[in-house]
Design a protein around this ligand. Structure first.
Ligand code: GDP
Length: 299
């Protein structure tokens, strides 16, 4: 899992930059603690996680004062504690079939790529997968998902640009049921500039799904772009309540210095984190290992 370490390297370096120059005194005084807390907030970990680390540092007894390595160690431990309860892979249940997974997120978040990666991951686990190109507002999104479907070798239900997404979903469930498909992954429109329209669309998909199977959608996965930092947090705020999000995937954690936002999201919302995106290829959707991620960020 070298890629995880590499993926969070810039985040870890940024933490180092923010912590540098703080440990000039022999004792851990209030001023130094303030500095550490600010450094953690500036590293996108969020105020709650930063306060937790501060509390831990206050409670620790350090014989020879505290240094950056000591702060990183405590930070890694606290991050792991925050991440552990939210690390939950997307489970495919034996019943009902197909399990309907709605994937939502703003354009550019990495939604289409994540759907392809997720389909690939599930197929590797011997599940059968079908895709629905429900982002009918963008011809490019339909085309891109079709290319992925062909590359992975999964069936895809798609229509014309501007078509009715809910009827595609209907078709997907009908066909998935007939074929005994395990997972039906549905792409959805991601126009944040038109929140009301987007929510209407999701509501319509839900209504249609509910008529076929009261339990559907079984999962509503929100895809977030880590490079947007605190913006990702406000997206969980908006979508989480209105769209009934059941889990998260955070993308583009490779190469960003803002990976700390993953911790802030976990702390603030407690929503399951299914996986993380660390690159553009099919294999770059990684299971979310809290210890490994905590070490990569703070280590
Ligand atoms: P959508 O508009 O939300 O469907 O976004 P796309 O799936 O088209 O992704 C937008 C861009 O982000 C594409 O160039 C993807 O290759 C890229 N991308 C998606 N996920 C990741 C990731 O985890 N890491 C990196 N580096 N790029 C990603």
């Amino acid at each position: 899992h070298e890629k995880i370490g590499l993926g969070f390297r810039r985040t870890s370096e940024k933490l180092g930059d923010n912590l540098s120059g703080l440990f000039t005194k022999a004792t851990l005084d209030a001023e130094t603690l303030d500095g550490v807390e600010e450094a953690l907030i500036a590293s996108d970990l969020g105020p709650a996680a930063a306060a937790r680390v501060r509390d831990r540092l206050e409670g620790e007894r350090f014989d020879r004062g505290i240094d950056e390595a000591g702060v990183r160690e405590v930070t890694a431990q606290e991050i792991a504690k925050i991440l552990m309860p939210v690390a939950k892979p997307l489970e495919i249940e034996a019943f009902p079939r197909p399990q309907v997974i709605l994937v939502i997120g703003v354009n550019g978040s990495g939604k289409t790529t994540t759907i392809a990666k997720l389909a690939h991951l599930l197929m590797e686990q011997d599940y059968s997968v079908m895709l629905v190109a429900g982002d009918t507002f963008r011809a490019a999104a339909i085309g891109q998902l079709k290319v992925w479907a062909e590359r992975i070798g999964v069936p895809i239900i798609s229509g014309k640009e501007g078509g009715d997404a809910a009827s595609l979903v209907w078709e997907g469930v009908k066909r998935g049921t007939a074929e005994g498909t395990d997972a039906l992954i549905v792409d959805t429109a991601g126009r944040l500039q038109n929140k009301a329209g987007l929510m209407d669309e999701l509501a319509k998909i839900r209504r249609v799904l509910g008529r076929l199977n009261p339990a559907a959608p079984h999962d509503v996965v929100l895809v977030l772009d880590a490079t947007t930092g605190q913006n990702a947090i406000s997206q969980i705020d908006v979508f989480g309540k209105e769209a009934g999000v059941t889990g998260l995937v955070m993308t583009k954690l490779d190469g960003t210095a803002r990976g700390g936002v993953l911790v802030a999201a976990a702390e603030k919302f407690g929503l399951p984190i299914h996986a993380i995106g660390v690159g553009e290829t099919l294999d770059d959707l990684r299971p979310f290992d809290p210890q490994e991620v905590a070490r990569a960020i703070a280590g």
